[in-house]
Design a protein around this ligand. Sequence first.
Ligand SMILES: Nc1ncnc2c1ncn2[C@@H]1O[C@H](COP(=O)(O)OP(=O)(O)OP(=O)(O)O)[C@@H](O)[C@H]1O
Ligand SMILES: [Mg+2]
Length: 352
Amino acid sequence: MVSTASEAEERAVESALRPKNLDDFVGQARVRQQLSLVLEASRIRERTADHVLLSGPPGLGKTTLAMIIAAEMNAPLRISSGPAIQHAGDLAAILSSLTEGEILFLDEIHRMSRPAEEMLYIAMEDFRVDIVVGKGAGATAIPLDLPPFTLVGATTRAGLLPGPLRDRFGFTGHLEFYAVEELELVLRRSAMLLDLKVSSAGFAEIAGRSRGTPRIANRLLRRVRDWALVHKIDEIDSSAAAAALDMYEVDERGLDRLDRSVLTALITKFGGGPVGLSTLAIAVGEETETVETVAEPYLVREGLLGRTPRGRIATAAAWQHLGLAVPDHLAAGQAGDLLAELLEPDTDFADN
Ligand SMILES: Nc1ncnc2c1ncn2[C@@H]1O[C@H](COP(=O)(O)OP(=O)(O)OP(=O)(O)O)[C@@H](O)[C@H]1O
Ligand SMILES: [Mg+2]
């Protein structure tokens, strides 16, 4: 069981490991380059930077980048999130207290309420909010000018953002999963900060199981550290890392318990699919959103799960990964074409 105390510790370590500037931010070369240009240009023009939208799966560095933007612009940072903004008034209170050049970071921006969203469009474009005074028929809207600010929005679900909101961002950075070599760099940096001795092969072993995600890499590193401490191991090599991670049920492909339970449910309860996402989520006892944003992107990317118009399917590789015999209809030969057609990772299918 994870206690609150250890969760707080995890968060503290996570923030200690956050890179503080663009140069320390590993990987994402494209986004880093584009962002650096946006920031540099705004410094030259002595204007606040354009609004920035960061999208991508959890743990790839959206919050980290928002903090880096504020640091690079030498500007104060205000942090809030979509779910925290239930009423337009909540947003009005935040917006009207911004100072010139301030960076407003709105995490999970796709979860903001509609009225707040509409207020945000105007604020982003015209730097103005309408403050409603009074109630009912006597209510009047008083326009209030805002100082120029930069909105940094983060979302794990860019597809859920309404077009008008998406269009008001001057720059959208889409974060991609990290290559193993990039994760090794993330791990090297973290190991140095945590004062841990790890061999190159040890880094490679951990990176290979980190699902392309720096947050997971750092988390696995801490678990390996615990294991090494208890087993009195001074330098962590690949076999120590492997033994530790096997114990935490992170397999050599980086699948954790949730991933495997999604695949197992898909195969054992629904014969490999197709099955709707929400049904699948219920079968594994998770929120639909957790399955969709945490497990699915990696499973799709690994070619273990496919999204089809009729629901999710397990690929031949999934059956193999779980050590099961691949059913005839997926077996080599006819599978290639069918899968090529079905595996359309970017298509957003309705959840049915
Ligand atoms: N490019 C990177 N280089 C080094 N460390 C990174 C990088 N990206 C992320 N990290 C590490 O991963 C952790 C998680 O990153 P972050 O909190 O920014 O993810 P996120 O995209 O905001 O996730 P979520 O969607 O869950 O909010 C950070 O603590 C940071 O240490
Ligand atoms: Mg975040």
